[in-house]
Design a protein around this ligand. Structure first.
Ligand SMILES: [Zn+2]
Length: 397
């Protein structure tokens, strides 16, 4: 057998092994016969490769299932605590980290306030967060996945530019590799959110998808033909720094009037507080008397009927709708998922965005567009980080 033949054979074997692993992961408790039916692989091939997966400790036999006419089949399952993984979300006011099993069940969770720290100081918080998660870990660690704001060279694991954190050309993956000796995967937070929606979300069956993420920053994760689209310089998500207001406020990026200066959670809170001080009888004004107000307080006041916030919501929806109209017109993608803390305003804001999309783009494109609210909750970036780790380290998608 030639060298090339051997390589091809090894590749086929690996491919088949991953196919079987994916089937067990996604089916729950299939038998060998079911795996053979689903994958189209011959029974002996399935048996041989399952044996290897059991030997590696990632698959186990569960016991006997119901008979399908003959002998009762042995059911297989993934060993949930085969290894643990760490997922980090650095896109919020507090850094969040989770230690999880390979099913994504959270084993331990830590949140560390950022207190507006940047540069070296914010990097130290990343180390502290991972150190504490590792202290709580009793399993072999598969790797670390991180969703962070800014432009990220996902291939090299370098943060090219994260203005809110004051990180420029930070080789985060190498730093963490050296310190923890495990695989590290880094992507922009909205790209991680897109991976999460693609892997676990409502749009799992779609091969094209835009995830609009609005929170501390504003960006869009794009999946094209089933692949995360990074762009030529890994910046294919940076819609937050397109100018939308002439002579607008200064943005953290140094420019003026960026989308982020009108729809980020911080700006929404500032504008809502300003509105409430003009209307001392409003629900939000009551709140601001007793404590510091965050985006969740503004959303809650809105949901409790704070009428003054409706004006604000129209503005936010108009700006986000304009951004989505540009995205769907450039890419002709039909499915949009709205995520991030600002999406907490719910269906009302979603409907304003959709109305704007329809008004601002040609009907042949926008009539087919649907915008859905993410159902993955607060952990969406961490879930995406887990999805990237499972895909890259185990071939599970
Ligand atoms: Zn900007």
């Amino acid at each position: 057998m030639s060298k090339t033949d051997k390589a091809t054979k090894a590749q086929t074997r690996l491919h088949n092994q991953q196919l079987i692993l994916n089937t067990i992961y996604n089916q729950g408790t299939p038998s060998r016969a079911e795996i053979s039916r689903i994958t189209g692989l011959a029974r002996p091939t399935v048996s041989e490769l399952v044996l290897l997966l059991i030997g590696a400790g990632i698959v186990e036999e569960l016991g006997l299932g119901p008979s399908e006419g003959g002998k009762r089949p042995t059911l297989l399952k993934i060993v949930d605590n085969y290894k643990s993984l760490i997922g980090l979300d650095l896109s919020k006011h507090a850094f969040q980290g989770c230690l999880m099993d390979i099913r994504g069940n959270v084993l331990h969770r830590i949140t560390m306030p950022l207190n507006n720290k940047t540069g070296e100081e914010s990097l130290q918080i990343v180390y502290d967060l991972i150190d504490q998660l590792i202290d709580a870990n009793s399993l072999p660690l598969l790797g670390i996945g991180i969703g962070t704001p800014g432009s990220i060279d996902a291939q090299k694991g370098v943060i090219r530019r994260a203005v809110n954190l004051g990180w420029f050309n930070l080789p985060l993956r190498d730093l963490l590799n050296t310190r923890y000796q495990v695989p590290v995967h880094i992507a922009n937070d909205s790209q991680m959110a897109a991976m999460a929606e693609f892997t676990y979300g409502i749009k799992r069956e779609q091969s094209n998808l835009i995830v609009l993420k609005a929170g501390r920053g504003v960006s869009a994760g794009i999946i094209l033909n089933g692949q995360l689209h990074y762009g030529e310089g890994f910046g294919a998500s940076e819609i937050g720094h397109v100018r939308v207001v002439e002579k607008g406020k200064k943005c953290a990026c140094g420019h003026f009037g960026c989308l982020e200066t009108v729809v980020s959670s911080r700006v929404i809170v500032e504008m809502a507080i300003a509105l409430s001080s003009d209307h001392p009888q409003s629900i939000l004004a009551e709140r601001t008397k007793t404590r510091q107000v965050f985006i969740d307080d503004v959303i809650e006041a809105y949901q409790h009927g704070d009428e003054y916030l409706h004006i604000l919501l129209e503005d936010i929806g108009r700006h986000l709708g304009s951004a989505v109209a540009n995205l769907i017109s450039a890419l002709n993608v039909k499915h949009v998922v709205f995520a991030g803390s600002v999406s907490g305003f719910g269906a009302q804001l979603r409907d304003i965005i959709l109305r704007e999309v329809r008004e601002r783009s040609i009907p042949t494109l926008s009539n087919d567009v649907s915008i859905e609210l993410s159902t993955l909750g607060d952990d969406i970036v961490i879930k995406g980080a887990t999805a990237i780790l499972l895909a890259n380290e185990l071939g599970i998608i």
